[in-house]
Design a protein around this ligand. Sequence first.
Ligand SMILES: [Mg+2]
Length: 382
Amino acid sequence: MIRQRAILHVDMDAFFASVEQQDDPRLAGQPVVVGGTGARAVVAAASYEARRFGVHSAMPMREALRRCPQVLVIQPRMRRYREISAQVFEIFRSFTELVEGLSLDEAYLDLSDRLHPGGSAEAIAREIRARIHALTGLTASVGVAHNKLLAKLASGMHKPDGLTVIRPAEVEAILDPLPVGRLHGIGARTGARLEQQGIFTLGQLRQAPESVLWPLFRRETRRIRERAAGIDDRPVVTDVPEKQISSEETFDRDLRDQRLLGERLAGLAERTARRLQERQLEASTVTIKVRRRDFVTYTRQRSFSPPTQETSLIVEVATGLLRRWFEEQPRAAVRLLGVGVGDLAPARQLDLFTAGRASERAFAAASTAGHDEHPPGPDWTP
Ligand SMILES: [Mg+2]
């Protein structure tokens, strides 16, 4: 018999807002949001008192103030959040080295090899929650299950301050009635298309005929069906190596001026190249991201060889991609630009004789690609 894994998903409750309430007793019990105050600011975290007014994270600050005019807006103090996050992760690592951080306040833990015969992951989850509370005064919600998908689902089921276990025998009963949108990766658009086919719940998705799912998910069909059935064998991965380095900028007002946008993009490409050089890496793809006023987001990518860390080449490829995008969308108003580099590898030692000629190096484009993403929210990506 294959032994079940024991996975925890730990998620601090309203983390930034809770830290603020913990540090300043005057904020306790008050509707509090953490975030900026500029015209484009969004809510980074909302206390549960603020959530009662329909305020939630990622909401424009203006909308939060409309829904809850008395809400207290606190400037983020990232250093403080990082400090507390480090304490919390220290607690995680005292139970297992297999910790996969998803953000400052969220992680998967794999306890499979840490359980004594007869030991229970639930008992460890209880212990972790108690230690977090004792050390920081904050609460965490924890999900316990035999895989990441179910552990994450479980941690969200009784927030805040919840502990939820999903056992293998309960999976269908818990998942089947859930709306398809609860599955990570099924955004509003895919959700709507499933509903057109009469598929509203994960149970229906799990049992849907191939002829209905294939046109929607193609090669992902089998995986989607498995996820809907609560099957997920992704490992808990520690210390994920960097896959991409990117810089992006949201403008205070939407921009249409192509020359100005080209300059801003070049600046972002320079910043990205600098970070690549600092890490002594080379890249062989450059990706640009363009978000229009209506939040439709485009990415355009070009791969090349040999790999490079040279600023001028990265700027050239990025601005070339933007120029081509403008040929498709000459009048677009742009709210965000980004430049990323990928396919990273350690930089080779510079050869003194060829270093000076590096910028003359032939620059063979291997492929270009892109995808367009429509709001709201990302849909399934493999
Ligand atoms: Mg959280």
